[in-house]
Design a protein around this ligand. Structure first.
Ligand code: COA
Ligand code: AMP
Length: 619
């Protein structure tokens, strides 16, 4: 049962060129289409509408960059002018509705400007997180086939300047698809060499541009593609449509986060992740809030008081980040000494997501901040929260360890392996009954069959989230673990399968396994186990060093792949399946049972010894 009244009302709060008469086209499940006859523009709803309604002089964006010692504010009128001009610069390079534009940038205002400029033209942006290296970027270039790539000379990590341009050039060299043009933002920390005939500096592109108007698009035209990790090295290109995104994200700002136009909202994430798309860029701007773009870390830029400074400097009402950020702060400032140096009376709530929130971190944050700390659960695929305590509807009691109940629009259930509902409190696969609400993914880019196969085939009539968990008697959902090879490292979603593919590429590696082991700060960390080819002459330490360098080079530093060991054999079932789950339990020091189907039980002793040499289990 869909809540027709809710979505009709939510759609009524959006500006349409053609208001939709049809709410949902459900003729071709699971390809549901919301507002199919509507026409709108996402950038118009994020910027123009506020300027036209008299909010032009309100701050739309504040950029705070401790790593470059820069702060900049953009009013809605200023941001609109920049976006319209950059849209003109893209249009001058031939970008039209439906074209893809890939954005590979650090956390600078120009990243957000480029995204909105694409939306203005009806072009489809695909933002790639800056922590990915050339090979990962190349895979995305080939899949999205962008006409233009927008990038920057460098990103700034606390420990180093990351040269983006050589990574981009390397990716274009590897990729089969070649973009016609690259627009490169030259940053003060480093100037990138530009390739004659292909590259142009951001400033030059803007200097000669004419502002572009909004292009009306159909509600079901894609707003963006965002790649996320699946079980293999081929990432999934999550496609979100324009009408559903605008309606759902705007609705969520009030219903879930309880923010009004004019409020300051801060998601401390990165524009390369779904949190950045939904709650740094679109959500807050659609709602007429001021959004904060923070180029820094929770600790070390310069100290564990960085978040508190930003909250008090800009009057942040609601903040959103990953639990790992709070674990990092807690480690350096367990008693909140830095916190008490700032006036945080503006802050009304903290939302956490991206990984399981351990009750201890939630309790510590609540104690320190004295405001509701809300764990909420969602995914790149859904684009906005599946389960949350919806502060704008009714605040429910907070139960640490649970992201509370399903948000209106999601019918969350738990099924067993045979697809039958389990009793309350029993663990099973977390699924959502079709149709998913507006603003969730409509397909995978040019991979309709993979969309059906990966998400809708195991449990007919349901979307399979890939998470396992249970629902208690009060309807509270508990998300416990992934059911696939996805791991969550510092709130970043990674595929162990993709890391294994890189390791297996080494000529001296016969086979390998990567498991996600528990880490007190980052939640999980990948750990690799390698079996050397018979006759290989390389020594173990050299092979491990090469494997670590290879993953950093191919996937990028974000993989945080630093732990690896050579073992004689891998434990397998008689049918040849590697027992990753058992190895993970050994590493985490959890109780485990000898699998009945194991071929040689003694191998697990060898694995335990190798893990012990790497320091597992901890303590
Ligand atoms: N460009 C280039 N490199 C990047 C990068 C970027 N945009 N982002 C991260 N990296 C690099 C880091 O420098 C680090 O490299 P190193 O191995 O040389 O140290 C590596 O990728 C791993 O980064 P990260 O996982 O972010 O670890 P960290 O130790 O730098 O910081 C935290 C740890 C917890 C402080 C940080 O991950 C954090 O703030 N996370 C919470 C917020 C968040 O982003 N959540 C995402 C979803 S909500
Ligand atoms: P991503 O697509 O990067 O947002 O990662 C989504 C995955 O992160 C989910 O499928 C979960 O495994 C995990 N996740 C996100 N939020 C939560 C949460 N609040 N509790 C538990 N796991 C979460």
């Amino acid at each position: 049962m869909i809540d027709e009244a809710l979505w009709r009302e939510a759609a009524g709060n959006v500006s349409w060129y053609r208001a939709p008469q049809v709410l949902l086209d459900d003729r071709n499940p699971p390809f549901y289409r919301w507002f199919p006859d509507g026409e709108l523009n996402a950038c118009y709803n994020a910027l123009d509408v506020h300027v036209e309604s008299g909010r032009g002089s309100q701050d739309a964006l504040v950029y705070d960059s401790p790593v470059t010692d820069t702060r900049r504010r953009y009013t809605y009128a200023e941001l609109l002018a920049e976006v319209a001009l950059f849209a003109g610069a893209l249009a001058a390079r031939g970008v039209v509705k439906g074209d893809r534009v890939l954005i590979y940038m650090p956390m600078v205002p120009e990243a957000l400007i480029a995204m909105l400029a694409c939306a203005r033209l009806g072009a489809i942006h695909s933002v790639v997180f800056g922590g990915f290296a050339s090979h990962e970027l190349a895979v995305r270039i080939d899949d999205a086939a962008p006409r233009v790539i927008v990038s920057a000379s460098c990103g700034i990590e606390p420990s180093r300047v990351v040269s983006y341009k050589p990574l981009l050039d390397g990716a274009i060299d590897i990729a089969r698809h070649k973009p016609e043009c690259c627009i490169v933002l030259q940053r003060a920390a480093e100037q990138a060499p530009l390739q004659e005939g292909r590259d142009i500096a951001w400033s030059d592109a803007m200097a000669n541009a004419e502002p572009a108007p909004c292009t009306p698009v159909a509600a079901n035209d894609p707003l963006y593609i965002l790649y996320t990790s699946g079980t293999t090295g081929q990432p999934k290109g999550v496609v979100r449509d324009t009408g559903g995104s605008v309606v759902a994200l705007k609705w969520s700002m009030r219903a879930i986060y309880d923010v009004e136009p004019g409020d300051v909202y801060w998601a401390a994430s990165d524009v390369g992740w779904v949190v950045g798309h939904s709650y740094i860029v679109y959500g807050p701007l659609l709602q007429g809030c001021t959004t904060v773009l923070y180029e820094g870390k929770p600790v070390g830029t310069p100290d564990p008081g960085a978040f508190w400074r930003v909250i008090s400097d800009y009057g942040v009402k609601v903040m959103f980040t990953a639990p790992t950020a709070f674990r990092a702060i807690k480690k350096e400032d367990p008693h909140g000494v830095y916190l008490r140096r700032h006036d945080l009376s503006c802050l009304k709530a903290l939302f956490l997501a991206g990984e399981r929130c351990d009750p201890h971190t939630l309790e510590w944050a609540t104690e320190q901040l004295g405001v509701p700390v809300i764990d909420h659960w969602w995914q790149t695929e859904t684009g906005w929260p599946i389960c949350s305590n919806c502060l704008g509807i009714e605040q429910l009691p907070i139960v640490p360890g649970s992201p509370a109940r399903a948000v209106p629009g999601y019918d969350v259930q738990v099924l067993d392996d045979n697809g039958a509902p389990v009793a309350s409190g029993d663990i099973g696969a977390l699924v959502i009954r079709n149709p998913l609400p507006p603003g969730t993914f409509i397909t995978l880019w040019q991979a309709d069959a993979r969309f059906v196969d990966a998400y809708f085939s195991r449990f007919p009539g349901y979307y399979e989230t890939g998470d396992a968990g249970y629902i208690d008697d009060n309807g509270y959902v508990f998300v416990m673990a992934r059911t696939d090879d996805v791991i969550n490292v510092a709130g970043h979603r990674l595929s162990t399968g993709a890391i294994e593919e890189v390791l297996a590429d080494d000529e001296d590696v016969a086979e390998c396994a990567v498991i996600g082991v528990a880490d007190p700060m980052k939640g999980q960390l990948p750990l690799g186990l390698l079996v050397v080819n018979a006759g290989a002459s390389i020594d173990d330490d050299a092979l491990v060093a090469r494997a670590i360098a290879h993953v950093r080079d191919r996937i990028g530093p974000v993989a945080a792949f630093k732990q690896c060991a050579v073992v004689a054999r891998l434990p397998k079932t008689r049918s040849g399946k590697i027992l990753r789950g058992t190895m993970r339990s050994i590493a985490d020091g959890e109780p485990w049972k000898m699998p009945a189907t194991i071929d040689e039980p003694a191998i697990l002793d060898e694995i335990a010894a190798a893990l012990a040499r790497l320091g597992y289990p901890h303590g």
